[in-house]
Design a protein around this ligand. Structure first.
Ligand code: HAS
Ligand code: CU
Length: 551
């Protein structure tokens, strides 16, 4: 790796940096609401006092939290990170940088257009925007522009890759570019569902061009996108765990082949599982729920491969650092490096998030946890820890790399990561438990007059966890700002920590570098999993539901 390093130009670095600036700005606003909601659950009415005078309702806050954190922080971070992975991986500039710039600016314009109605309380429909709740049209148009902008950035990546492939017909695609490409292709297949929902139904409906909608059909379109959306968030974190973390920890990637194989499985299996979010939907026949449930168990498999391969790579690193015995290598990992620490702790909490996912996926157990606070408990371990904490960890080396300046207050970064881990452990465990006791999700529990006694202690823990997370997230933002404005220059330019693999990637089997079979497989699976149901649901749809404003 070291021999053939590509130096990104200042312009390229700035372009990537702008993605991160928008991402962190979104996180800084979106993160105001989550902890305040958590504290609201504990009965501390700061939400009412501080936020509601400015923002209009709990649901406006919940929408801002979900949209800015789950959709915007992630999408901007990911497209910025992918831009880096493509350029640095293929060791060449983007083929059409203006095309990528167009995609980026379209996402920014979309973000602004969607934010206005949310801030005016005209789109308090949460990040899932389920009809028949009806938002202002600008919200749907803005979301559409963000998605289309990300597609355009993707086209820029494909064209760059195409050129590289022509010039390097026999070389295995460098792993970081390969993984970015698979993630982007998966995303483009995944977002076809939301595209149909937004373009055919929601936008014309919100503009008054269509009278009514069929909510069942739109839920099906939504979850076509909604489940793989979570893997669009997750896979960039996996890229870091596979391709950067081993080197950061002082070792090598255990298996290039397994890493690639797991990504192909995600391309195959991420999309045809959406009905596991619709087990209680009356309009989806049980047999199809079972098909999606079985496929959900299959998509568990590439994450198990990842757990094995990443831990094996970490063991390789720990032993290279002198670790002995069965577990002695763990202590030898560089726990004081905030970037490594963030990823290790993200991985540890993700074990529990993953196990919870298995529980969600079981049709009969899902009936116990669905729509309870168990579900936000689950996704704060996954998207808000496995993904978000890893992204924070990536920024801890990436920002100094992009700016040429030192990370401001490395010690603060270590504290920030531990606070996240501790706050999230308390918060998420309490949310899981109180969910099992029946507490509903998406509900300002602090205002309910009927809280059962046995919930109280857990709701208190929800509040305490939320408070710790509030400190952690703003400490992170302070570190980001501090690192931008600091005057302390690095003595030498940083080299991105891309890991070598134990075996030369050229020995990775050729079939793991061929697109056609996997794309064909993904299409066939998708047609089987969604084709008959969509034909049936569109055929029997009743486009009669008016829009509701329930906030
Ligand atoms: Fe999920 C609901 C099933 C993973 C996000 N999920 C949600 C929602 C979100 C979400 C946001 O089947 C709520 C949506 C809404 O608003 O209604 N989920 C799963 C399954 C998995 C899973 C089977 N979810 C995720 C990920 C997410 C995410 C990832 C975000 C990024 N989920 C469900 C289901 C529902 C659901 C149902 C619907 C619930 C309902 O009723 O509404 C699996 O993909 C999980 C596989 C994971 C593993 C863990 C592998 C462990 C690894 C760690 C390696 C360790 C390291 C550290 C690196 C098998 C890879 C080592 C450290 C050392 C010190 C050595
Ligand atoms: Cu899902």
């Amino acid at each position: 790796m070291t021999a053939n390093v590509y130096q990104l130009t200042a312009k390229e670095k700035r372009f990537i940096g702008w993605h991160f600036i928008v991402a962190v700005a979104a996180l800084s606003i979106g993160s105001l609401f989550g902890p305040f909601q958590a504290m609201e659950h504990a009965g501390w009415d700061f939400y009412e006092k501080f936020l509601n005078p400015i923002f209009h309702s709990y649901y406006e806050g919940l929408t801002l939290h979900g949209v800015l954190n789950a959709l915007i922080w992630t999408t901007f971070f990911i497209t910025g990170f992918m831009t880096f992975l493509m350029i640095y991986g293929l060791k060449r500039p983007l083929r059409y940088p203006k095309l990528n710039a167009l995609g980026f600016w379209m996402m920014v314009v979309g973000l602004v257009i969607a934010s206005i109605p949310i801030l005016l309380n005209e789109a308090s429909v949460l990040y899932t925007f389920y009809p028949p709740m009806k938002a202002h049209w600008a919200f749907y148009v803005g979301v559409t522009l963000v998605v289309v902008g990300s597609w355009i950035e993707g086209y820029g990546f494909y064209l760059t890759y195409y050129k590289w492939r022509k010039e390097n017909p026999k070389t295995r695609t460098p792993i970081i570019a390969f993984m970015a490409l698979v993630t982007m292709v998966m995303w483009q297949i995944a977002t076809l569902g939301a595209a149909a929902e937004l373009l055919v139904d929601l936008i014309p409906w919100s503009l008054g061009l269509r009278q009514g909608l069929d909510p069942q059909l739109d839920r099906t379109y939504f979850w076509w996108t909604g489940h793989p959306l979570v893997y669009f968030w997750l896979l960039p974190a996996y890229i870091s765990w596979y391709a950067f973390l081993p080197r950061q920890a002082g070792g090598k990637l255990f298996s290039d082949s397994l890493a690639r194989f797991s990504f192909w499985l995600f391309l195959l299996l991420s999309v045809p599982v959406g009905f596991h979010h619709q087990y209680v939907d009356p309009g989806v026949p049980e047999g199809w729920k079972m098909v999606h449930s079985l496929l959900t168990y299959s998509v568990f498999f590439p994450s198990m491969i990842t757990a094995f391969t990443v831990v094996a790579s970490l063991e390789n690193a720990g032993r290279a650092r002198g670790g002995k015995g069965l577990l002695g290598w763990i202590a030898k990992l560089p726990w004081n490096d905030p970037s490594v620490l963030a990823q290790l702790l993200a991985g540890i909490l993700y074990f529990f998030g993953g196990i919870g996912g298995l529980i969600n996926a079981s049709y009969n157990i899902n009936l116990v946890v669905h729509n309870t606070s168990w579900v936000p408990g689950h996704f704060h371990l996954t998207v808000s820890t496995a993904v978000t904490l890893t992204f924070m960890g990536i920024l801890y080396w990436m920002v100094p790399y992009l700016t040429g300046k030192e990370l401001w207050c490395k010690k603060c970064a270590v504290i920030q990561v531990w606070l996240w881990f501790i706050g999230m452990t308390i918060f998420s465990n309490a949310m899981h438990v109180v969910g099992l006791l029946g507490a509903p999700r998406r509900t300002p529990l602090g205002q309910a007059p009927y809280i059962p006694e046995e919930w109280a202690g857990h709701l208190l823990r929800v509040g305490i966890g939320g408070f710790i997370l509030l400190i952690s997230v703003y400490l992170f933002i302070a570190i980001m700002i501090g690192s931008l404005v600091t005057k302390k220059k690095l003595s030498e330019e940083l080299e991105p920590p891309v890991a070598d693999s134990l075996l030369d990637p050229q020995t990775t089997p050729r079939w793991l570098d061929h697109w056609a079979p996997w794309l064909i497989g993904a299409t066939i699976l998708l047609i089987i999993a969604y084709g008959p149901q969509l034909i049936y649901q569109i055929g029997t749809a009743q486009f009669t539901s008016p829009g509701f404003r329930v906030w």
